[in-house]
Design a protein around this ligand. Sequence first.
Ligand code: ZN
Length: 108
Amino acid sequence: MASVDIRRNDTVKVISGRDSGKEGRVLRVFPAKAKVLVEHVGMVKKNVKPNPQKQIKGGIAEQEAAISISNVLLVCGTCGPVRLRHEQRGEKKVRVCAKCGNTLDKDK
Ligand SMILES: [Zn+2]
Protein backbone atom coordinates (compact mmCIF):
# COMPACT_ATOMS: atom_id res chain seq x y z
CA MET A 1 0.00 0.00 0.00
CA ALA A 2 1.24 3.46 -0.85
CA SER A 3 1.94 5.58 2.17
CA VAL A 4 -0.54 8.30 2.91
CA ASP A 5 1.16 11.65 2.72
CA ILE A 6 -1.76 13.78 3.79
CA ARG A 7 -2.28 14.40 7.47
CA ARG A 8 -4.86 16.03 9.63
CA ASN A 9 -4.70 19.86 9.65
CA ASP A 10 -2.77 19.95 6.39
CA THR A 11 -3.94 22.50 3.85
CA VAL A 12 -4.75 20.84 0.57
CA LYS A 13 -5.96 21.91 -2.83
CA VAL A 14 -8.50 19.90 -4.76
CA ILE A 15 -7.20 19.18 -8.25
CA SER A 16 -10.06 17.25 -9.75
CA GLY A 17 -13.70 16.49 -9.26
CA ARG A 18 -16.64 18.71 -8.43
CA ASP A 19 -14.70 20.91 -6.01
CA SER A 20 -11.64 21.29 -8.18
CA GLY A 21 -9.70 24.44 -7.26
CA LYS A 22 -10.93 24.65 -3.69
CA GLU A 23 -8.55 24.75 -0.79
CA GLY A 24 -9.24 23.55 2.68
CA ARG A 25 -7.98 22.09 5.88
CA VAL A 26 -7.90 18.34 6.30
CA LEU A 27 -10.33 17.30 8.99
CA ARG A 28 -9.81 13.57 8.83
CA VAL A 29 -7.75 11.01 6.94
CA PHE A 30 -8.96 7.53 6.12
CA PRO A 31 -5.78 5.67 5.15
CA ALA A 32 -7.52 2.36 4.51
CA LYS A 33 -9.88 3.95 2.02
CA ALA A 34 -7.30 6.43 0.66
CA LYS A 35 -9.74 9.21 1.38
CA VAL A 36 -9.67 12.53 3.15
CA LEU A 37 -12.28 14.76 4.66
CA VAL A 38 -11.56 18.38 3.76
CA GLU A 39 -13.24 21.39 5.31
CA HIS A 40 -15.93 22.85 3.02
CA VAL A 41 -15.10 20.38 0.25
CA GLY A 42 -17.38 17.66 -1.06
CA MET A 43 -20.39 19.13 0.68
CA VAL A 44 -23.44 16.92 0.61
CA LYS A 45 -26.91 17.64 1.83
CA LYS A 46 -28.13 15.34 4.48
CA ASN A 47 -31.56 14.92 5.91
CA VAL A 48 -31.51 15.25 9.64
CA LYS A 49 -34.25 13.69 11.66
CA PRO A 50 -35.63 15.76 14.47
CA ASN A 51 -34.44 14.57 17.84
CA PRO A 52 -36.02 16.61 20.63
CA GLN A 53 -33.91 14.91 23.29
CA LYS A 54 -30.75 16.29 21.69
CA GLN A 55 -32.50 19.51 20.70
CA ILE A 56 -31.99 18.76 17.02
CA LYS A 57 -34.63 20.41 14.91
CA GLY A 58 -34.32 18.31 11.82
CA GLY A 59 -34.25 19.45 8.24
CA ILE A 60 -31.43 19.56 5.75
CA ALA A 61 -27.88 19.95 6.92
CA GLU A 62 -24.75 20.27 4.83
CA GLN A 63 -21.84 18.11 5.64
CA GLU A 64 -18.46 17.22 4.18
CA ALA A 65 -18.05 13.91 2.42
CA ALA A 66 -14.67 12.25 2.10
CA ILE A 67 -12.92 12.57 -1.24
CA SER A 68 -10.13 10.53 -2.77
CA ILE A 69 -6.62 11.42 -1.64
CA SER A 70 -5.52 11.29 -5.28
CA ASN A 71 -7.77 14.31 -5.92
CA VAL A 72 -5.87 16.58 -3.58
CA LEU A 73 -2.41 18.09 -3.42
CA LEU A 74 -0.69 19.36 -0.33
CA VAL A 75 -0.25 23.14 -0.35
CA CYS A 76 3.20 24.55 0.32
CA GLY A 77 3.11 27.99 1.94
CA THR A 78 5.63 29.24 -0.60
CA CYS A 79 4.82 27.41 -3.83
CA GLY A 80 1.15 26.55 -3.60
CA PRO A 81 -0.05 23.05 -4.42
CA VAL A 82 2.90 20.72 -4.85
CA ARG A 83 4.02 17.17 -4.99
CA LEU A 84 6.04 16.23 -2.00
CA ARG A 85 8.92 13.98 -1.31
CA HIS A 86 10.37 12.47 1.81
CA GLU A 87 13.67 13.35 3.32
CA GLN A 88 15.58 12.02 6.23
CA ARG A 89 16.40 14.77 8.72
CA GLY A 90 18.39 13.25 11.50
CA GLU A 91 16.21 10.69 13.19
CA LYS A 92 13.06 11.85 11.50
CA LYS A 93 11.61 11.37 8.09
CA VAL A 94 9.92 14.58 7.01
CA ARG A 95 7.71 15.62 4.15
CA VAL A 96 9.40 18.12 1.91
CA CYS A 97 8.08 20.35 -0.87
CA ALA A 98 9.39 19.00 -4.17
CA LYS A 99 9.86 22.55 -5.47
CA CYS A 100 11.45 24.66 -2.74
CA GLY A 101 12.66 21.95 -0.39
CA ASN A 102 10.98 23.40 2.68
CA THR A 103 9.56 20.96 5.15
CA LEU A 104 5.79 20.70 5.09
CA ASP A 105 5.53 19.19 8.52
CA LYS A 106 4.21 21.62 11.06
CA ASP A 107 5.41 19.72 14.09
CA LYS A 108 9.15 20.13 13.80
ZN1 ZN B 1 7.49 24.85 -1.68
